[in-house]
Design a binder for this molecule. Sequence first.
Ligand code: NAD
Length: 384
Amino acid sequence: MASTAATGFKMTVVKPNVTSPCRMFSSRSPISVLELKEAAQAKIASSWHISSFQPISRSCTPGPMNFNAFVTRAMAGESDKGSVPGLPIDLRGKRAFIAGVADDNGYGWAIAKSLAAAGAEILVGTWVPALNIFETSLRRGKFDESRVLPNGSLMEITKVYPLDAVYDGPEDVPDDVKKNKRYAGSSNWTVKEVVESVKNDFGSIDILVHSLANGPEVSKPLLETSRYGYLAAVSASSYSFVSLLKHFLPIMNPGGATISLTYIASERTIPGYGGGMSSAKAALESDTRVLAFEAGKKAQIRVNTISAGPLGSRAAKAIGFIEKMIDYSYANAPLQKELLADEVGNAAAFLVSPLASAVTGSVVYVDNGLNIMGLAGDSPTLAV
Ligand code: NAD
């Protein structure tokens, strides 16, 4: 990568003209998400300064994207009020692979932004059927407003890899999928092949983020879920993390870390979060502990999962009542405010940073505290 230093340029307040990537829905909100976001950005920006400024040259194996952008290496540092003696989240020199980014609405995108703001290089894995539209939108600048980082620069994604995390290797792919026109235009998208490609392109990674889930029967109660639907949910939403870690582990630098996204339905009954998705999240959390043990012992890699509050992402809309879940959270969580995707992103950045070097095997709740409430007994709005 070419690198041009341009230190000393200090940001004060950044108020980009951003339409929220979070797309929160709450009829009860007294403040718009945009206002909250701008206030948060202004607050963050006041304590951040640019430490280096690097134009990206695509010296690596060319990816499917081809647009010029700049990466700004940002880290917490001096604020306007003077020197902050604090704890910077500094991910400069770290490379992250984020599996499960296909638009600018979800947690994967928000985590990518937070990691980029802390200086990490960003690679993403995008589900094959969503790849074309994601890359086209990226290339055409549709996400440019959402790419704005706290210091005003744009998040750069160094490379987008097609990925289908339910297939470990090419031998697992059924003929009908191979022939499907949404898959036929891409290659090397099974987990093993993606990891090989990343290894060939970059050699290693430091951070693995699993931000993907899929439950074809999510709208069916568990009692009506087929064996196929249940196993598909666990395959896409839980085993996909086992597989990604298993294959990435040999190219993860010691001291690296992983994050996945889970949901409170793993441990409390959330009527409507069906199709085996609650089971899949329970498996993901259990696996977090076991994999933390194994990957920690074997390769000094930390494994944590964030139990995130409800967000109106594309995947969540498939559940059918995400807006009710957001409203319920807003009304009942101890912190009565919108949950911003960026708050989950920032927690993820902390958890994968050296600041959290002793944290592994944990479920970290980033949900305005909703998890401490007695959901099962008093959730009339969720009783669908
Ligand atoms: P999202 O739509 O942004 O992310 C889900 C991603 O998974 C999409 O990009 C989709 O293309 C991808 N995907 C689906 N099947 C795939 C496969 N086989 N291989 C590769 N990628 C695949 O939605 P999100 O809600 O931000 O979801 C991210 C994670 O956050 C998921 O694990 C989800 O369960 C979790 N989560 C979401 C909420 C919420 O309310 N949105 C709450 C808690 C946890």
